[in-house]
Design a protein. Structure first.
Length: 340
């Protein structure tokens, strides 16, 4: 039995005695402890593949920041790798794939991943679950199919993902074929994560915002919805589609528990659109550069606007590496102390 299951209760719409909080990228460079562990691995990919090191950095923010959940340290890019496209993480630049998807033959050559192909993630989850000792829930995750597709076509990060979008406009059928393969792989992977100890799942559609609304519904939300149908019967599911604020109502109609929000949407508007679903978010990560007085004022506004129930406090995207760990801790403590 979990000692602190506030996040799971909030996701299910059950009453919680206070607002729970965790932070995207809570395991990351903002913690000197993370940097120390990371330096013991040869490179990022090896780090991700080492269950002992992954377990260590997953638990660090629970101990140091006092957050109400752990999120397994891994990356969304393990799926392209398991399907046949290995990646490197280039220092200060980001991901880089030597092979990308250009033709139908490339799509046909991709393997549909199963949980066994990602055994290192399963081992990391099992070890973390054991070491967390039921203190807080363990969140598993995957990239949403569109975001994974975007990296597979582009071969790296991008501001516009114009090559990936070109693919949608010029080869829609092949795009659907690829999205379907990614979706099947992701469902297998997430079922494995749940079997290995993940108490809830978050889907990251980090590049939803580069799509037009019609393309978001056709090439992204449709596949997110399939994943939710497969996973929600097992554990609560959160959908975080960054910069798709216009779509909150449409997202509320799929089989998810929680909608993750970035900071560009007003909490009251999101509440109106969300049809009673739990909401998560949405402080601007840059708020944590401000002084404590400003953090208290802005965080209070956010908490009041969302209301204290069916709500999980978080940032609107990941922590930036140059944020001060003490400010991050202050934000978490303030939310935990906030009374209705
Ligand atoms: O060593 C380092 O600090 C490198 C930075 C880093 C970290 C800490 C990367 C490289 N990945 C991760 C871990 C990670 N990635 C986690 C687990 C830790 C946690 O959240 O506490 C998670 C959930 C992710 C998910 C992820 N990876 C996303 C979706 C979330 C988001 O931020 O939008 C994306 C887009 C990635 C790709 C990725 N991995 C790393 C970088 C620099 C990027 C983005 C590259 C780009 O801009 O395109």
């Amino acid at each position: 039995m979990l000692k602190n299951d506030l996040i799971l209760k909030a996701a299910r719409g059950e009453k919680t005695e206070r607002v729970p909080v965790w932070l995207m990228r809570q395991a990351g460079r903002v913690l000197p402890e993370y940097r120390a562990t990371r330096s013991r691995a040869k490179n990022f990919v090896e780090f991700v593949k080492n269950p002992e090191l992954a377990c260590e950095v997953t638990i660090q923010p629970v101990d140091i920041l006092g957050v109400d959940a752990a999120i397994i340290f891994s990356d969304i890019l393990v799926i392209p790798e398991a399907m046949g496209l290995p990646y490197q993480m280039i220092e200060a630049k980001g991901p880089w794939f030597e092979k990308t998807i250009k033709t139908k033959a490339d799509v046909d050559a991709l393997h549909i991943a199963n949980a066994g192909d990602l055994d290192y993630v399963m081992q990391a989850l099992k070890l973390t679950k054991q070491n967390l000792n039921n203190r807080v829930p363990l969140i598993g995750f995957a990239g949403a199919p569109w975001t994974i597709f975007a990296y597979m076509i582009e071969g790296s990060g991008s501001k516009t993902f114009s090559k990936a979008k070109q693919f949608l406009y010029t080869q829609p059928e092949l795009s659907h074929l690829l999205l379907d393969k990614i979706t099947q792989s992701t469902i297998n992977y997430l079922k494995g994560q749940v079997a290995s100890g993940a108490d809830m799942i978050q889907l990251f559609d980090s590049w939803a915002g580069v799509l037009s609304p019609d393309h978001f519904y056709e090439f992204s939300l449709k596949y997110i919805s399939k994943i939710c149908d497969a996973i929600k019967p097992l554990v609560p599911v959160t959908v975080f589609a960054k910069d798709a604020h216009y779509a909150v109502n449409r997202i509320s109609q799929i089989n998810c528990n929680t909608i993750g929000l970035d900071w560009t949407i007003n909490p009251a508007e999101a509440r109106k659109a969300a049809g009673g679903k739990t909401l998560q978010g949405n402080a601007d990560p840059c708020l944590l550069y401000a002084d404590e007085k400003t953090i208290v004022a802005e965080a209070s506004k956010m908490l009041d606007a969302f209301g204290k129930q069916s709500y999980i406090a978080n940032l609107g995207h990941g922590l930036y590496p140059d944020l001060d760990k003490e400010k991050v801790k202050f934000f978490v403590e303030f939310i935990k102390s906030y009374k209705a």
